[in-house]
Design a protein around this ligand. Structure first.
Ligand SMILES: [Zn+2]
Length: 98
């Protein structure tokens, strides 16, 4: 049977690994937190006016107007389930929003 110390050590290891994973994901972000928050605000406002066309039109518009690299940001959004404007808002904000 695992001792209390063993269980605690496993928990500590797990937390350290989870933190390292989180830090690695943060370091791999191709867009700053500030720009990402701006993108979510932009999509939130735009999708309040018109329905999502199930494209990344609004996202791409924001990226180009802020000189952000579409070529790296778009696949990164896809990694978190953001394949169209409403999914960026739903899935990516769920993961990376405040
Ligand atoms: Zn959509």
């Amino acid at each position: 049977m695992a001792s209390k110390e063993d269980i605690q050590r496993h928990k500590d290891n797990y937390r350290a690994a989870a933190r390292a994973q989180q830090e690695a994901e943060e370091a791999a972000m191709p867009i700053s937190r500030e720009h990402l928050a701006g993108l979510f605000d932009h999509l939130d406002a735009a999708l309040g006016r018109e329905p999502c066309q199930h494209t990344l039109r609004l996202t791409r518009l924001f990226l180009t107007s802020h000189s952000l690299p579409e070529a790296t940001v778009v696949p990164w959004l896809g990694q978190y389930g953001g394949y169209c404007d409403c999914e960026v808002l739903a899935n990516v904000e769920d993961r990376w929003g405040e």
